[in-house]
Design a protein around this ligand. Structure first.
Ligand SMILES: Cc1cc2nc3c(=O)[nH]c(=O)nc-3n(C[C@H](O)[C@H](O)[C@H](O)COP(=O)(O)OP(=O)(O)OC[C@H]3O[C@@H](n4cnc5c(N)ncnc54)[C@H](O)[C@@H]3O)c2cc1C
Length: 406
């Protein structure tokens, strides 16, 4: 626990307490205050629930339900929209997995360039260590590495300054975030950086300005000289067309099965294993697959502790080989695991599947994700039209798991 920032106890009980405390504020108070970055330790205008949602200690329907217990949907509209932005980004990436692969290939190339080009290395190190001389930017770099969290507006300004003022590759910035954010997510992070860079919504970039930073930082940064005055879109291959979500293909549970949790979903409760308890629990730590560089220890520690909160007695593994050894040791016939969306966990599970000794992987996807992700075929605004229906089905009803392709 020593590695985990104090503000984020990695338990579902802590997540529920925070949700309960924030739910009354999800209407006007949130809409009014959510854009202001009050600084480290003062993020009361936003929920700071993202690390819990990221690890599935909370789900989007649960968070939305808590808001609707206090407010009418129309009054909590801004908060609900933000919660569903996450769902949208997850679905968008799920339908276009090549975008994650392209990003990873870019990073490997850039890791070589950082090694061989001393000028680039210096500028990259200065940005990551908060030594650029741009006061708010340097402050956010330090806040991120020390606390594992940044306010949404700070993330936007930071990404914009990284790309358009410091002229560093957006992929290195996305990587810096993924290495330190407790909520760092292959889909949400990559696509948000692409959005700032003008790749995601073609030609639409985000420019951080001195006046906007001054207005929304509670008087902390009234003068920020030297920022870029324009933000020309970064050239990049066009967005791939949306494909299909892997079809659901139920695998019946067998007696000799183990449950494999991971950082994308730490919660075994909805896996419907109650009638046939697993022989063993495992946890796949795929954190290192996020980056060619060392990950901040708090990221892996938070997710692993979150899984331990849900299943105290579990073995930890970090590779396809580790899964195979775990399965052999317990003489399993099947591995049951929550569905892993596009990202490092899925990459390791695919490597496991390719092994000659691989067992059937019974991957279970939540009904909510099954229904919501395929709707992310275009932009957020067409997706948004489906929110009332998703709310009626999954927020006012009870979400469960269904079975997806193994
Ligand atoms: C460059 C950049 C990188 C980002 N990387 C990530 C990331 O890796 N993981 C991540 O979860 N979010 C990411 N975000 C989105 C957003 O900044 C965070 O979700 C939010 O700041 C989390 O704080 P909160 O829980 O207090 O949010 P709140 O404002 O309280 O919102 C409630 C929940 O809604 C969701 N949410 C809120 N804003 C957004 C948004 N803009 N996009 C998607 N979902 C949102 C989150 O799950 C959040 O917990 C990124 C944004 C930018 C601009």
């Amino acid at each position: 626990m020593a590695d985990i920032p104090e503000h984020f106890p990695p338990t579902r009980a802590a997540a529920l307490t925070r949700l309960e405390a924030f739910a009354p504020k999800t209407a006007g108070q949130y809409a009014k205050g959510r854009n202001v970055d009050f600084g480290a330790g003062r993020h009361e205008a936003v929920s700071t629930l993202s690390p819990y949602i990221r690890a599935r200690l909370l789900t989007e329907p649960e968070v939305a339900r808590a808001a609707l217990d206090h407010h009418r949907a129309a009054d909590a509209d801004k908060f609900l929209s933000e919660v569903f932005w996450r769902t949208y980004w997850k679905g968008w990436m799920e339908l276009r997995p090549a975008v994650w692969q392209m990003y990873r290939a870019d990073l490997n190339r850039l890791a070589d360039e950082v090694q061989t080009q001393s000028g680039l290395r210096q500028r990259w190190e200065d940005a990551c260590l908060g030594r650029t001389g741009i006061a708010p930017f340097d402050g956010w770099a330090k806040e991120l590495t020390q606390t594992g969290y940044l306010h949404n507006h700070a993330r936007m300004w930071f990404a914009s300054i990284w790309i358009f003022t410091l002229k560093l590759p957006w992929q290195l910035g996305a990587d810096f975030f993924l290495r330190h954010l407790l909520d760092g997510d292959a889909a949400v992070n990559t696509l948000s950086w692409r959005w700032v860079a003008g790749i995601q919504t073609v030609g639409k970039t985000y420019l951080a300005t001195e006046s906007n930073i001054a207005k929304f930082t509670d008087g902390r940064f009234t003068s920020v000289p030297g920022l870029a005055s324009d933000a020309p879109a970064i050239a990049y291959p066009p967005n791939p067309a949306a494909g299909l979500l892997p079809p659901a293909a139920p695998l019946p549970l067998v007696a000799r099965h183990g449950v494999l949790l991971h950082g994308d979903d730490c919660d075994p409760a909805p896996l419907r294993i109650n009638d046939m308890p697993p022989l063993t629990f495992g946890y796949l730590d795929a954190t290192q697959g996020h980056s060619p560089w060392q990950m901040a220890p708090h990221v892996a520690a938070f997710r692993r502790a979150a899984a331990r909160d849900r299943a105290p007695d579990l073995s930890v593994m970090d590779s396809a080989e580790g899964i195979a050894l775990w399965a052999q040791k317990h003489q399993l016939d099947q591995i049951v695991t929550p569905y892993a969306p596009v990202g490092p966990v899925q990459d390791v599970l695919q490597a496991y599947r390719a092994r000659p000794d691989a067992l059937p992987l019974n991957q279970r996807r939540r009904d909510f994700e099954e229904a919501a992700w395929p709707l992310a075929t275009k932009g957020f605004f067409p997706f948004r039209k489906h929110i009332p229906d998703l709310v009626n089905r999954f927020v006012r009803g009870q979400g469960t798991f269904s079975l997806a392709a193994g």
